[in-house]
Design a protein around this ligand. Structure first.
Ligand code: SF4
Length: 237
């Protein structure tokens, strides 16, 4: 199983000037209307309420909280991520519609922070999913959170926030690191390879030894059992 490797950067060239102007307009609008799902994994989450409420007022930037991954644009990871939690973080990330962005708050998401020696935490979040922006600190203050959000908005506007594309183009790398942590039979309900084809982002790194392993172990999802009208049996006396 491979460990960390250099991920190639893909340069995109638009030849039609009208398409370029349209892309810029779309990116500008997108950067001004963002729904944020905050996955409060660690103690850094404590600085989020002040960032959202009247003094710092995140909503003035066009960013507001969202409760469902399906409608969220930004996934905010607020601190250390235990191995069990990381599974839920990946499931959440894969449920979000693209384009989607990830912010890692706290030093614990960058390199493990004060839990760098713990057997129970994942040390570098960007080995398992693409992270568009880190806001380091233990814990970062609301000013830093607001500054980070503004930087992400700028990157979305200029088209630099391409982590979601990277996940499709280099899925085998991310999946390999996930398998290393969770075991070779790790799978999620999302068909990332089909999504990569849908977005025309099937790259050289999308398929590989780890996706082959996934196919080998993948179980078909079980249909949900319909329980309407289901009668609960009384226990026999
Ligand atoms: S960086 Fe500090 S505040 Fe943030 S999750 Fe780690 S220990 Fe907690």
């Amino acid at each position: 199983m491979s460990s960390i490797k250099q991920i190639p950067v893909i340069e995109e060239k638009r030849t039609n000037p009208l398409a370029r102007v349209f892309d810029e307009l779309v990116r500008f609008c997108r950067s001004r209307s963002l729904f944020l799902l905050h996955y409060c994994t660690g103690c850094g989450a404590i600085e989020l309420p002040p960032a959202m409420t009247s003094r710092f007022d995140m909503e003035r930037l066009g960013i507001q909280p969202m409760v469902s991954p399906r409608q969220a644009d930004i996934l905010l990871i607020t601190g250390y991520v235990s191995i069990k939690t990381l599974k839920r973080v990946i499931l959440t990330y894969e449920q979000m519609g693209s384009p989607k962005y990830v912010i890692g708050i706290c030093s614990c998401t960058v390199n493990g922070g004060m839990y760098w020696q713990s057997y129970a935490t994942a040390k570098k979040l960007d080995e398992y999913m693409p992270v568009d922006l880190y806001i380091a600190g233990c814990m970062p203050r609301p000013e830093a959170v607001i500054e980070g959000l503004q930087q992400l908005m700028q990157r979305i506007k200029t088209g630099e926030a391409k982590g979601w594309e990277d996940y499709y183009r280099n899925y085998d790398y991310y999946l390999g690191n996930q398998q290393k942590l969770f075991g070779n039979d790790w799978q999620t309900p999302t068909d990332v390879i089909t999504e990569a084809k849908h977005y025309d982002l099937l790259g050289e790194g999308t398929l590989g030894e780890h996706t082959a392993l996934l196919e080998q172990h993948q179980q078909p999802l079980e249909a949900l059992e319909m329980r309407l009208g289901h009668q609960v049996k009384e226990p026999a006396e």
